[in-house]
Design a protein around this ligand. Structure first.
Ligand SMILES: NC(=O)c1ccc[n+]([C@@H]2O[C@H](COP(=O)([O-])OP(=O)(O)OC[C@H]3O[C@@H](n4cnc5c(N)ncnc54)[C@H](O)[C@@H]3O)[C@@H](O)[C@H]2O)c1
Length: 342
């Protein structure tokens, strides 16, 4: 049984905890939070997807306000970092240096050099590191990846990805609304689609972005972005991401992918989330497994650790590329011109 120390018990920490409760071969033995007294009471815990306030059974779990107690604990195998982005690198490096495997929430960090520190610490420790790019594991996106890679409906002509939400209100002391701590909507929300686009279409060589900044508050940074990507594929690839919408705006996670012989249409808000429209005028709705990308990514990481397998399905080097691409989009938006990768 792999023993897990969970750092951060906000929206994502609670989400991970609930998954580990049902995940064979892994158990959470300790939780760190800056407010240990609140852990398990569900206060201030919310997010875009799922009901994080559901009652939790925390019996037998050590709750602490000192992360070192978990990072240095001899009986802990994996440290799961569900902390604000600006402290990802610090805690992940410390845990790797202490000989722990590390699962860290996305985005990997705020800068490529912080990402390098995490990759170096992984290499020096010989332990595993994975970043929570859950969209690569989300059933409808997994289905689309397979259709594209196998050319089931021919080549892709165009692909569009959308991720929109009301302004996040739940984060600890509103860290998420300060661009210097979260990277704004670009690094926090839209990066999901950046990483997915990279995983399907390969290297992103140029981005052309437009967007709006500092509408939520003076230091909230990019709140909305619209980007066109140049990749190795001739397909027109675009994405839209943003969280500058008012409360009540429904969370939207969707895509449409037009291939030569069929169109894939996904909308997480629909009852039948995925539709495939074919040239004969028919639409069919592939059955999707009742799971989420969060369940599947944690299951995958636990298997990698248990079986000593490389983290090939979402290597940290590619998570760093997603950070770099988000920063290219940031620059493109500032200079109002396209930006090429180095
Ligand atoms: N994969 C996804 O779909 C997804 C969704 C939401 C958030 N996230 C990511 O998960 C991470 C956590 O986000 P969240 O929404 O759970 O945040 P949150 O604010 O709800 O929770 C963060 C927790 O970290 C602790 N914390 C805050 N500041 C700290 C500091 N300076 N040092 C140490 N601990 C600190 C607090 O105790 C808090 O409970 C972020 O990186 C975010 O981008 C991922």
């Amino acid at each position: 049984m792999l023993k897990i120390g969970l750092l951060g018990f906000g929206f994502m920490g609670v989400t991970h905890y609930r998954i580990y409760q049902h995940l064979p071969g892994a158990e959470v033995v300790g939780i760190f939070d800056l407010e240990p007294g609140k852990v398990g009471r569900g206060e201030g815990v919310a997010g875009n997807i799922g009901d994080a306030e559901e009652q939790l059974d925390l019996s037998g779990v050590k709750i602490t306000g000192n992360a070192d107690e978990l990072i240095e604990a001899k009986d802990i195998d994996i440290i799961d970092v569900c902390l604000p982005t600006f402290v990802h690198a610090d805690f992940a490096v410390k845990a790797l240096e202490a000989g722990k495997h590390v699962f860290c929430e996305k985005p990997m960090a705020l800068t490529p050099s912080e990402c390098d520190m995490m990759i170096d610490a992984r290499d020096e420790s010989g332990k595993k590191l994975m970043i929570g790019h859950c969209i690569r594991f989300w059933p409808e996106y997994v289905y689309a990846s397979r259709v594209i890679k196998e050319k089931k409906h021919g080549e892709v002509i165009s692909a569009f990805f959308r991720r929109l939400s009301p302004t996040p209100s739940w984060s600890y002391e509103s860290w998420i609304l300060q661009e210097e701590k979260s990277g704004g909507a670009l690094l926090d929300l839209h990066i999901h689609d950046i990483d997915y686009i990279y995983s399907v279409f390969g290297n992103i060589t140029e981005v052309s972005s437009s967007g709006v900044q500092n509408v939520v508050s003076p230091d909230s940074g990019v709140g909305y972005v619209l980007t066109k990507y140049q990749t190795g594929s001739p397909a027109l690839v675009t994405a839209e991401g943003g969280w500058h919408f008012h409360e009540g705006f429904p969370f939207n996670m969707s895509f449409h992918i037009r291939c030569e012989e069929g169109t894939l249409l996904f909308d997480a808000g629909q009852e039948k989330t995925l539709a495939v429209c074919t040239p004969d005028g028919k639409t069919h709705y592939p059955a999707m497994p009742g799971t989420t990308g969060w369940d599947e990514e944690l299951k995958y990481f636990v298997e990698c650790v248990k079986d000593n397998k490389r983290v090939d399905a979402s290597p940290p080097e590619e998570s760093k590329t997603a950070v770099e691409t988000a920063l290219m989009e940031h620059e493109s938006l500032q200079i109002n011109s396209s930006v090429r990768s180095l």
